[in-house]
Design a protein around this ligand. Structure first.
Ligand SMILES: *Cc1c(COP(=O)(O)O)cnc(C)c1O
Length: 402
């Protein structure tokens, strides 16, 4: 049998994945699994999904040849411009797909968890569009840190529920969303924002994001007269923009996959979110995967300057690909990401999201050949991170000189 990195029939990616859920959710997850398989291939669903991706989200996103950046790293770098999507990141691709699915399933109440607020805003946006009730769980710490996104969600008509358990961040918001789902299984659809959670979510989110690599194939064929690059580069929080970027190429060994996880203040500093470097196998939010935990199984608090990468787990697809060396995962620290953000801004006139800046940080860590074609997923724009950029401008550690 040909080796594959796609999900198997039982919902596993190698040893990782599955659905480890409380009994009360068993029927819900089973119904979702069956509905998802049927609906996602349905012509009417595909038509509506593609229509909204095009006319509402603004797809296809451009594949931009970044000439000055390429010159600096002596190779040919294309940026996949997910930052130009409506609401400012790749998250809208998934939100549109899942909320359409929820509507097909007859659900009337949408819940979501959010960290930085990007998934919350994308979900609230599509709920406004489709006239659905929307409740977003968000850690109280994040509510304070991401004030603008909270205001956006409220303006869009969502109810934002601050979560006061644990560290009051994404992990705690996710726990609360799962609790809500357990108490309203009949009318509620839970929109998960990344390739995490119980099967079928990791596979479903990857498929809904795979539009990214489908477009890359087409665009590269036009620009390079071949449909694959030498390298794909993306950042990994839960893993959805990376999954979308690599989906069409996972089983094509000619394409090398480089992924950036958040090193924080350094992987040995105790303040990091580099789950693939530091994690061990365990169960988090319904999936078996790598997670940052103590020897007795307590989840360790992750840290990253970027709220979107600040998660103690990682999608099972990425745990498996890293284990089998299909992907190479590099830890990019806060300072390296800030440096890379400044560099892109000054070379190309594009202010990236802090998450995407971690992907850019890989360019300094690898040696490329002049004829290498690289596609890097610019997952989001930097508007939401302006405060962080402003507060670190005087940081002497940002050394970029152009
Ligand atoms: C949420 C987010 C991420 C991290 O999530 P993934 O599921 O790993 O893609 C990365 N970039 C941006 C801009 C985000 O908003």
């Amino acid at each position: 049998m040909r080796e594959t990195f796609h999900v198997n029939n039982d919902g596993y990616f190698g040893d990782f994945g599955g659905a480890y859920i409380p009994e009360i959710l068993y029927n819900n997850v089973e119904t979702l699994r069956n509905a998802y398989k049927k609906i996602i291939n349905d012509t009417r669903f595909q038509h509506e999904y593609n229509r909204l991706l095009a006319d509402y989200a603004g797809r296809p996103s451009p594949l931009y040849h970044a000439r000055r950046l390429s010159e600096k790293y002596r190779c040919k770098i294309y940026l996949k411009r997910e930052d130009l999507n409506h609401t400012g990141s790749h998250k809208i691709n998934n939100a549109i797909g899942q909320i359409l699915l929820a509507r097909e399933m007859g659900k009337t109440r949408i819940i979501a968890e959010t960290g930085a607020g990007q998934h919350g805003v994308a979900t609230a946006t599509v709920c406004a569009l489709m006239n659905m009730k929307c409740i977003v769980y968000m850690g109280e710490t994040d509510v304070e840190r991401q004030h603008l996104n909270v205001q956006k969600m409220k303006m869009l008509g969502a109810e934002v529920v601050p979560v006061i358990s644990g560290n009051r961040t994404l992990k705690d918001a996710t726990n609360e969303a799962i609790r809500d789902w357990c108490s309203h299984p009949a009318d509620t659809y839970y929109v998960i924002g990344s390739t995490v959670g119980p099967h079928p979510y990791p596979d479903m989110v990857a498929r809904l994001q795979s539009v990214i690599s489908k477009e890359i194939k087409k665009q590269l064929t036009e620009k390079e007269h071949r449909e694959y690059p030498d390298y794909l580069i993306a950042c990994v929080g839960g893993g959805s923009n990376a999954a979308g970027t690599i989906y069409e190429y996972m089983d094509n060994r000619a394409v090398r996959i480089l992924l950036a996880e958040a090193g924080g203040k350094g992987i040995d500093s105790g303040k990091s979110a580099a789950t693939i470097h530091l994690g061990t196998t365990g169960i988090i939010h319904g999936a078996k995967t790598l997670l940052m935990q103590t020897e007795d199984g307590q989840i360790e608090e992750p840290y990253s300057i970027s709220a979107g990468l600040d998660y103690p787990g990682v999608g099972p697809m990425h745990a498996n690909m890293a284990k089998h060396k299909r992907s190479e995962v590099l830890a990019v620290d806060d300072d390296e990401a800030l440096d890379a953000a400044m560099e892109l801004t000054q070379l190309e006139g594009i202010i990236p999201a802090l998450e995407s800046a971690h992907a850019l940080g890989i360019l300094k860590k690898k040696q490329f050949n002049p004829d290498d074609v690289i596609v890097l997923c610019l997952s989001g724009r930097g508007d939401k991170d302006m405060e962080t950029y402003i507060n670190t401008t005087n940081n002497p550690k940002i050394t970029t000189k152009i």
